[in-house]
Design a protein around this ligand. Structure first.
Ligand code: NAD
Length: 496
């Protein structure tokens, strides 16, 4: 709709998009396709093949063959080189990835660019870690050592076939943060992107082939969660499932995985607390707390959406946040001025608007925003509710939209404040805003979350473990823990 699109983006969108199974592109066995829409315009931009259970089965068989055919025993040199080739190919297609991500998901250009460079960094990081997969030598068990000379050591081995199911909110990042450690460890992969956002994974599939990864090492099967996703989760020949998505789907995955007791990691929802103390640096806090909620239009698992403001600065903070919210440009991600894009889909937009209505009916005070923009696309105004109470739905539920719930507190006691912050079944992220390091660290030590920031929010990185307490998930991704998800430990004792 008037925004400049590269010729290569236009060409890619118009192509026939299939499933990548065993190094070959093919349609799904049921011959079905879905449309990808640009949420900023509502227009259909591409059509892509979707698979069913039979295609999931084909992909798992291919991944098993590739694992046993040698990928599981490749040297770190081979795996690191493959990851670096993929990184280089992504870099040389950076603009295409950026535009596809914007058109598919709606995110602002600045974030899409950052996503691509983070993916390159992530691949490089795990290429390095491929060399650091190490075991240890141990004292042999006494009863063996009493009888003979003996040697005990451990080795780390790849788990095997990994199924990876990812959401729509940062599609390319999600794909790479799952793919990189799995490949570094020597696992083979069947990935199921979200049916809302298939495009960057499809481009990635092409580059995986170009990078010369052996057939079947990476398989990409688009399709519905209820068909492809559910089949992968239940599949007896899948050794590990890595899932990012909602807590409800996470529960279904765990149930499905019980059959063969596959290893499961879960990165689920959040409702993260943001605690603002009286001595805060307000100039830092206003944009920082604002973006804690609004980054990715709030479609961000780490979003800080429960704002606890100390009574001494509450009014000043709310006023500052309201002015900040009004200043944010809401628009198409291809417009460089846009800071907040659309909600990913019509259905999701309806859900977010439903929460705004609920906030009003439950008696929260609407400070700013609250409207869907009267134009094509699924744009929701940055919205602030104040005078919220802990029992309100807008405080309890993950909205996954640009909706902030502010609560006032007047205690200086860190235990009391932490109790407020911890009043949620989730525990993914959080932040504390104060210039007093002692208060900051005492609060951090009491907040029950996998990731807490001080004077910033959601500061994740390739090497920093990330995951949830409570109902925000199982296990950690990123860093060395992210690699461990794809490794088994084998202990060996030799009687010499
Ligand atoms: P979702 O749970 O609806 O879907 C996620 C993926 O699971 C999709 O690929 C979907 O097709 C698939 N799926 C759906 N039902 C399935 C089933 N029964 N079996 C197997 N797969 C199935 O989540 P979403 O709406 O795509 O994403 C939003 C959610 O993701 C939010 O709750 C958000 O907090 C969470 N999220 C978490 C993180 C994190 O790292 N913790 C990151 C991003 C998003």
């Amino acid at each position: 709709d008037g925004h400049p699109i590269l010729d290569e983006t236009r060409a890619f969108l118009g192509e026939r998009h299939q499933l990548l199974i065993n190094g070959q592109w093919s349609d799904g066995t049921e011959g079905e396709t879905l449309e990808s829409r640009d949420p900023a315009t509502g227009l259909t931009v591409a059509r892509f093949a979707v698979g069913g259970a039979a295609d999931a089965d084909r992909a798992v068989a291919a991944a098993r063959n590739a694992f046993e055919g040698g990928w599981g025993r490749t040297s770190p040199k081979v795996r690191a080189a493959a990851l670096r080739r993929l990184a280089a190919l992504i870099e040389s297609n950076a603009e295409l990835f950026t535009q596809l991500e914007i058109i598919d998901n709606g995110m602002p250009q600045m974030i899409a660019r950052l996503t691509v460079s983070n993916c390159v960094e992530m691949l490089d990081y795990y290429a390095g870690l491929a060399w650091q997969i190490e075991g240890s030598t141990l004292a042999p068990p006494t009863w063996v050592a009493d009888q003979a000379e003996a040697l005990t050591y451990t080795v780390r081995e790849p788990v095997g076939v990994a199924a990876q199911i990812i959401p729509w909110n940062v599609p390319m990042s999600m794909a790479i943060l799952k793919l990189a450690p799995a490949l570094a460890a020597g696992c083979t992969v069947v990935m199921k992107p979200s049916e809302e956002t298939p495009l960057t994974a499809l481009l990635l599939g092409r580059l995986v082939c170009e990078a010369g990864l052996p057939d079947g090492v990476v398989n990409i099967v688009n399709g519905l969660g209820s068909k492809v996703g559910a089949r992968l989760a239940a599949h007896p020949n899948v050794d590990k499932i890595a899932f990012t998505g909602s807590t409800a789907t996470g529960r279904a995955i765990v149930q499905a995985a019980l059959g063969n007791l596959k290893k499961v990691t879960l990165e689920l929802g959040g409702k993260s607390p943001v605690v603002v103390m009286p001595d805060v640096d307000m100039d830092l806090a206003i944009p920082g707390v604002g973006m804690a909620t609004y980054f990715l239009g709030g479609q961000n698992c780490m979003a800080g959406t429960r704002i606890f403001a100390h009574a001494a600065i509450h009014d000043q903070l709310v006023e500052g946040l309201a002015a900040f919210s009004k200043m944010l440009t809401v628009g198409h991600g291809l417009d460089p001025a846009s800071m907040i894009g659309p909600m990913v889909s019509e259905i999701h937009c309806g859900k977010v608007m439903g929460y705004i209505e609920r906030g009003l009916s439950e008696g929260a005070r609407l400070v700013t925003g609250g409207q869907r923009l009267d134009r094509p696309g699924t744009f929701v105004e940055p919205t602030i509710f104040a005078d919220c109470t802990p029992d309100m739905a807008i405080v309890r539920d993950e909205i996954f939209g640009p909706v902030m719930a502010v609560m006032k507190f007047d205690s200086d006691d860190v235990d009391t404040i932490a109790r407020l912050a911890n009043d949620s079944p989730y525990g993914l992220s959080g932040s504390v805003w104060t210039q007093d390091l002692s208060t900051a660290h005492r609060l951090v030590s009491r907040i029950r979350s996998g990731h807490v920031s001080i004077n910033c929010h959601g500061a994740v990185g390739s090497n920093v473990p990330f995951g949830g307490y409570g109902q925000s998930g199982w296990g950690r991704e990123f860093g060395t823990e992210g690699l461990s998800n794809y490794l088994e430990t084998k202990a060996v004792t030799a009687r010499l």
